[in-house]
Structure formats: structure tokens, C-alpha cells
Design a protein around this ligand. Structure first.
Ligand SMILES: [Zn+2]
Length: 492
């Protein structure tokens, strides 16, 4: 047989094999294969990519600061309903009575005052941020927003939660864990006073137990009772729970301000652990606030030891390694993630951006073996730290087999949603559909739900994913799906 004929015969045979494989995949109804192939063909087209990932079931958003998650436009409405004021000097929202220096926020809703409305939205988020002498960096602007809204956010937890649940329903997210402050300020002040002269951790804890720690926990539980009733009412949930948001599960994570006095941090941590032990709606604790601030840096190791002692038996997620070269002295980049894992016993690490500075190989091995999940917040790291693209450790965590989840951190301040984070992962790190699906599933596997709740949540995720994939397959003809499968063989 002439050589050309033999080559042609081999080529023809190869084509037939590929076609048979494609037909077999279709015949077997391999919707995951077809969906993955379709995804790989639309990666370069933002419109198609965004639309695909918007509809794709994304499991849970696990790293969420409730007061930074809601959009300013909603905050203005809630502040107006409470009759609050706004100080034009820096657009901080203040409690009444309003006066000339802080008139009612209602004036921003006057159609003739669009400029004021815009100024408030910009001051309380990253929208159109430009550095100034007063706020020289995106880092500073980001963290400054929280202080400007705190007069309103503590009053509107049910409103904020309900809004997020409605949003998540629309963004194909089925579960979330929301960080917020749960300790009452009166109890907190009283407890700080009770232990302020004691340095020993065990002795401090004994004093707190003898000084109504249980009472403070009960007060918090009653507060959450009130919130859950108000949230259901806000969403209009009935027994069927079919209205938007009613079928999105949520839990709270008790946050501790890591930049408070050391005694205050102890009180907050002891309270959080005690609450988590008795209330299934509060599933973990986390330390929040800038990790680069003086107190957070200087007290870091003592904080980790404190968590290790007070919260060894409850789920802990910790912001650790949300730092970068230049922001802090180099030595601060070398141990935060490791101490959070080894000393504090964190089950999830938020950010972990400093991986490269921590002797990454042994740390990655330890995180993989102990199944410590990494909560990756791509937009937040870009905005606050300026870390993006090739500098970000996401590919290193992924390649090492550490469980990765994607999270929004502060969607309202950053002006994003969870779909956006999936778009970034697909665009900047070339994750394929099956990778993203595994990341979405991880967000339920590494949630702080109880074992039976987790099992049910994963079963629901699998059903939603199957349905999504079948829909993607049904949207195109058999021929178009075959073409996508063939193109998918060569794409990556
Ligand atoms: Zn965070």
C-alpha cells in the first residue's frame, strides 16, 4: 500500500474513533463531558462565560462579612428607614438626632441630590476610588468603609441577611456562613473589667464563667431567635420555603475584632466559643480586622494560643496571611498561616496570600493532609493587597491538593458577586468546568454544617449540577454538542 494511502487510512480511522467516542458520550448522556466541552469553547467570550457561570450551581459562599457584603444603595435605604443621619465631611452614617453637621440621610433620596447620593455610594465602597492625602490607598479606603456604616449595620442584621439570601438565590448559591459581631457591648465592657488584672488564660476563663458568661450567651441566642423570625417575614417564607431566598441556608460565624486590647480579644473569643457550643445557628468563629495593624501583628502569636485554648473543640476559620511584602516587615509574612493551623487549630484559612513566604512545601503538605481548606478571595486580594495574576498563590494551593473554595469576602464594598470570582478563576487561572465544579462542591464539604446537614446539602448540590448540565446539553442540537466535544478535545 502506498504511504499516502496508509496515512489517509490511519487518519480516517482516527476520525472514526473520535466520532464514535463522541457519539458514545452523547449516547451515554454524559452531560458533564458536554458541559465541560461547551465551557472550554466559551472561555474567551466574557458575555458567554459570565452567563454560564452565573447559572452554574456554586455551592456556598463561606467567607462573607455581613456588613461588607451588602451594597451601599441598600444601606442608604435602611438608614433612611431608621431616621439616621449622614456627616457630609466623610459620609459617615450617624445615629439621630441629626443636625447641620450631620443632616438626615433622607436628603440623599431627593431626586435633585443625585450628586450627594453618588458621593455616599463612593465613600462607603470601592466604587470610583481615587487616592487622596486623607485616604492614600485602596487598603485604607476598604477598611475605612466599615467604620462609616457601623451606626446602621448593627440595627439591620435581619434586613442585611434577607437581602443576601435573596441575592444568593439569584446567583445560584445554596448556602452561606456570615461573619458578624454577636457579643453585646454592655456584657463585653463588664467582662473586660472583670478580668483586666489577670494574665493567666485559665484563671481568666474561670472568672468569666463565674460572671454570667452563660447569661450573655443566652441573650445572644434570643437576639438570633428574633432575627430568624424577622428574616423569614422579610422573605415571605412559608412552610414550602419556595420564595426566593427561603431555600438558601445560612449560618452565622462569631467574629472577634483582632485589633482590640488583648483582654478584649480574650473576652470576645471566650464568648464566641461558648455560643458556638450551644447554638447550632452559630457554627464557628473568626478573627477580623486588618491583619497588618500594629495590635494584630504584635499580639498574633498570643491570639493563636488563646484560640487554641478557648476554642479547641469548636470550628475555627481564620484570616491568616492576608498580607504582602511592603505592607508589613518581612518577618510578619513568615508564620501567620502556620500558627493559625498548628496553634489555633483553624479548619479553614481565609486568604493565605503569604504562602510563598512561609516555607510553602511543608505548609502545603500539612494543609492537604489535614484537609484545611483555603478560602480564596481574588477580587479582595487584588483590591486590598494589590496581589493578582501570577503573584497569587491560588495555583500553588490547587496544584498541591489543598481544598480550595472561592469566596467574596466583602461583595458590597468590592462591588462584586460570587459569579465574578468564578469568572476570574476561569479567566486568570484557566480553571475548567470540572475544576470549578469541584471548587463549588468543596464549599459545602468544608462548610461548618453538621454531618447530616452537609450530606443533604451535597445531595442537593449534585441534583442542581445534574440539572444544570442537562439544561446546557438540551440548549444545543446533537450536532452542535458533538462539535463542542470535538473542539473541547483540542481546547484547554
Ligand atoms: Zn475577610
Amino acid at each position: 500500500m502506498p504511504r499516502w494511502l496508509r496515512t489517509a487510512a490511519i487518519a480516517a480511522a482516527a476520525v472514526i474513533v473520535v466520532l464514535e467516542l463522541v457519539l458514545l458520550a452523547l449516547a451515554l448522556g454524559a452531560p458533564t463531558l458536554v458541559t465541560a466541552a461547551r465551557f472550554s469553547t466559551l472561555r474567551a467570550d466574557y458575555t458567554a462565560l459570565r452567563s454560564f457561570l452565573g447559572r452554574m450551581p456554586k455551592g456556598a459562599d463561606l467567607h462573607v462579612h455581613l456588613s461588607g457584603a451588602v451594597y451601599v444603595e441598600d444601606l442608604i435605604g435602611w438608614a433612611n428607614a431608621k431616621g439616621l443621619c449622614v456627616r457630609p465631611a466623610d459620609f459617615t452614617i450617624l445615629a439621630p438626632p441629626c443636625d447641620e453637621k450631620a443632616p438626615p440621610i433622607a436628603q440623599a433620596l431627593d431626586p435633585k441630590r443625585q450628586e450627594l447620593y453618588d458621593d455616599i455610594v463612593n465613600a462607603l465602597s470601592m466604587r470610583f476610588f481615587t487616592p487622596s492625602a486623607a485616604t492614600p490607598s485602596r487598603h485604607d479606603q476598604f477598611f475605612a468603609t466599615f467604620g462609616r456604616v457601623s451606626a446602621v449595620t448593627w440595627q439591620i442584621v435581619p434586613e442585611m441577611t434577607a437581602e443576601r439570601l435573596r441575592h444568593y438565590a439569584a446567583d445560584a448559591v445554596q448556602h452561606t456562613e456570615l461573619m458578624l459581631t454577636l457579643i453585646h457591648p454592655d456584657y463585653r465592657a463588664k467582662a473586660i473589667k472583670a478580668i483586666e488584672n489577670e494574665r493567666n488564660f485559665a484563671a481568666r476563663l474561670a472568672i468569666l464563667k463565674a460572671n454570667d458568661l452563660d447569661g450573655a450567651v443566652n441573650d445572644a441566642r434570643q437576639m438570633i431567635d428574633g432575627w430568624s423570625t424577622a428574616i423569614d417575614a422579610d422573605l415571605g417564607c412559608d412552610a414550602a420555603r419556595e420564595k426566593p431566598g427561603c431555600d438558601v441556608s445560612y449560618r452565622y460565624i462569631a467574629q472577634v475584632n483582632r485589633n482590640a486590647d488583648e483582654v478584649d480579644v480574650f473576652v470576645q473569643t471566650a464568648f464566641a466559643a461558648a455560643l458556638i457550643r450551644v447554638d447550632p445557628r452559630v457554627v464557628g468563629l473568626n478573627f477580623v480586622g486588618p491583619e497588618d495593624f500594629r495590635v494584630a501583628r504584635e499580639d498574633y502569636s498570643r491570639h493563636m494560643a488563646m484560640i487554641g485554648l478557648l476554642a479547641r473543640d469548636v470550628p475555627v476559620a481564620l484570616h491568616a496571611g492576608e498580607l504582602w511584602l511592603g505592607l508589613v516587615p518581612p518577618r510578619d509574612l513568615t508564620f501567620h498561616i502556620r500558627e493559625a493551623v498548628e496553634v489555633a487549630g483553624a479548619r479553614r484559612i481565609g486568604h493565605g496570600v503569604t504562602l510563598a513566604f512561609e516555607g510553602s512545601d511543608t505548609l502545603l503538605k500539612e494543609m492537604r493532609e489535614r484537609e484545611i481548606a483555603i478560602e480564596v478571595a481574588l477580587t479582595s486580594n487584588d483590591v486590598i493587597l494589590g496581589v493578582r495574576g501570577k503573584e497569587h498563590p491560588l495555583p500553588a494551593y490547587w496544584a498541591a491538593g489543598v481544598p480550595v473554595v472561592l469566596a467574596t469576602d466583602d461583595a458590597g464594598v468590592s462591588r462584586i458577586d460570587l459569579t465574578n470570582e468564578y469568572v476570574r478563576a476561569a479567566r486568570d487561572y484557566r480553571f475548567g468546568y470540572r475544576d470549578l465544579k469541584a471548587i463549588a462542591r468543596n464549599s459545602l464539604t468544608y462548610s461548618f454544617l453538621s454531618a447530616p446537614e452537609k450530606q443533604a446539602a451535597l445531595a442537593r448540590f449534585d441534583r442542581s449540577s445534574d440539572e444544570f448540565e442537562r439544561t446546557v446539553v438540551a440548549e444545543r442540537s446533537v450536532l452542535a454538542n458533538m462539535a463542542a466535544l470535538i473542539a473541547g478535545l483540542f481546547a484547554r
